[in-house]
Design a binder for this molecule. Sequence first.
Ligand SMILES: [Ca+2]
Ligand SMILES: [Ca+2]
Length: 191
Amino acid sequence: IVKFRSTRLNSETLSQVKQTSGRITRLYSRFTSLDKGENGTLSREDFQRIPELAINPLGDQIINAFFSEGEDQVNFRGFMRTLAHFQPIEDNEKSKDVNGPEPLNSRSNKLHFAFRLYDLDKDDKISRDELLQVLRMMVGVNISDEQLDSIADRTIQEADQDRDSAISFTEFIKVLEKVDVEQKMSIRFLH
Ligand SMILES: [Ca+2]
Ligand SMILES: [Ca+2]
């Protein structure tokens, strides 16, 4: 049995459709301009040419997020999927149907995405070592190892509620509760 869901196409939905398709068209032209091999997929090198990623301390980690395990190319579909995490949340999306699927750019999906950037060995915990590595990438050379050590210790102490010396996703969320993740995790790829 095929069920039909009636869709009301009022002017508001129409303008949303127009916006979305305009966005996809722009992203597609961005995608093709990045695709130097002109084979319909992007390699790591293609991503490294994006200036915003080249200077971002977490650039390599973000680039990795585009690639599935063992893959070294990403097609337009995969590109769009990962990019969706970085879209700013629009007001009209916040009030969307709560029973619908969660959008990829929701706060919790963004947090999960950020968590995975830190969790280098993917064991669902951020260890002190992983925190140190990410901190080192972010702050560069202007800070001593001792200072970094103490920042890492303090961060873990503050976040670690179950005293396993690592930060779980639940603990991570608590730490970032007051941080404006929506803004921080919005990377503009389109200019
Ligand atoms: Ca880990
Ligand atoms: Ca913990």
